[in-house]
Design a protein around this ligand. Structure first.
Ligand code: BV8
Ligand code: ZN
Length: 251
């Protein structure tokens, strides 16, 4: 473990934890790019996760999201989610910003999670935007690739869509604002399990770095850490984060 990182953690006034699909990988949730395993491998996620794809084929897209939502319902938070919730209780100020659409951070006890790309738990009408509240709890395990007709909106009869931000859609303004402000203000940022490909979310660690924060990438794939005070901790989040916690706060 790198002493400078432990020191920065113990002295941190404001830690920003920024997560991507990799933080949920050890809960069995496929990461975004391999979310298209099996039958879904035929599709490019950037094409499937778009309003155009939903308009063209609502059953294919709704079926994919319901399959993913059912996977989340059956998953449990892993040691990475729990270590992040533990850090929140031990440090004076922690902001958690996620690109993920699952609720595993919340289920691990994290509060005030900032979801930059929405969530599977907040479907709404594609036409009038009204929230849709009665998603089936546990469908029988949908097999991959099953097309599902989306429910219809009670008010206008429009098709219900997942409450996520698709490619080409803008992010919830408040969430983005909050995330960028926290990035400009934090003194330490952990970037956990993200390929950093999608914008503007990927600007969060860049803003932190520009403002002099220490930035630590936690990812089994080593991440180029070229800026001052930037580190790469190669490894799985569910292993590295508990190790960090243990080194900083030995029980
Ligand atoms: C917008 C929700 C405009 C849906 C998602 C060209 C250049 C730059 C940008 C663009 C461009 N062309 C188009 C754009 C814009 C586009 C974009 O960035 N495209 C990319 C592909 C180039 N962005 C947008 O469209 C955004 N909107 O720009 O709007 C606009 C502006 C004003 C007004 C109107 C419009 C909206 C993007 C949001 C898309 N929605 N998710 C859904 O989930 O289905 S994106 C989705 O993929 C995720 O949310 C995440 O953000 C993104 C990347 O996923 P990651 O989380 O990083 O996961 P990934 O699989 O990639 O990587 C996993 C990582 O974990 C890996 O590194 C792996 O090594 C690691 N890992 C694996 N196991 C572990 C682990 N790490 C730790 N522990 C482990 N055990
Ligand atoms: Zn409606």
């Amino acid at each position: 473990m790198i002493p400078a990182i432990i020191e920065a953690l113990l002295e941190s006034r404001h830690l920003l934890v920024y997560t991507g699909a990799g933080v949920s990988a050890e809960s069995g949730i496929p990461t975004f790019r391999d979310a298209l395993t099996g039958l879904w491998a035929r599709f490019d996620p950037a094409r499937l996760a778009t309003p155009e794809a939903f308009t063209a084929d609502p059953e294919l897209v709704w079926g994919w999201y319901e399959w993913r939502r059912q996977r989340v319902l059956r998953a449990v938070p892993n040691p990475a989610h729990r270590a992040i919730a533990e850090l929140e209780s031990r440090l004076s100020r922690v902001t958690l910003v996620t690109q993920n659409v699952d609720d595993l951070h919340e289920r691990a006890g994290s509060q005030g999670v900032i979801h930059l790309h929405g969530s599977l738990q907040t479907p709404r009408c594609f036409d009038c935007g009204e929230r849709y509240g009665s998603l089936a709890r546990e469908l029988d395990e949908p097999e991959e690739g099953r097309r599902l007709a989306p429910p219809r909106c009670a008010s206008c009869g429009g098709p219900v869509r997942p409450g996520v931000v698709w490619f080409g859609e803008s992010m919830p303004e408040a969430a983005l604002q909050q995330a960028f402000e926290a990035a400009a203000e934090c003194d330490l940022l952990f970037s956990v399990g993200t390929s950093g490909l999608v914008y503007p979310a990927a600007q969060v660690p860049q803003i932190a770095s520009r403002n002099g924060a220490t930035v630590v990438h936690i990812n089994p794939q080593p991440v180029a850490a070229s800026k001052p005070r930037e580190y790469s901790l190669p490894g799985a989040a569910g292993v590295v984060l508990p190790q960090l916690l243990q080194a900083a706060f030995p029980d």
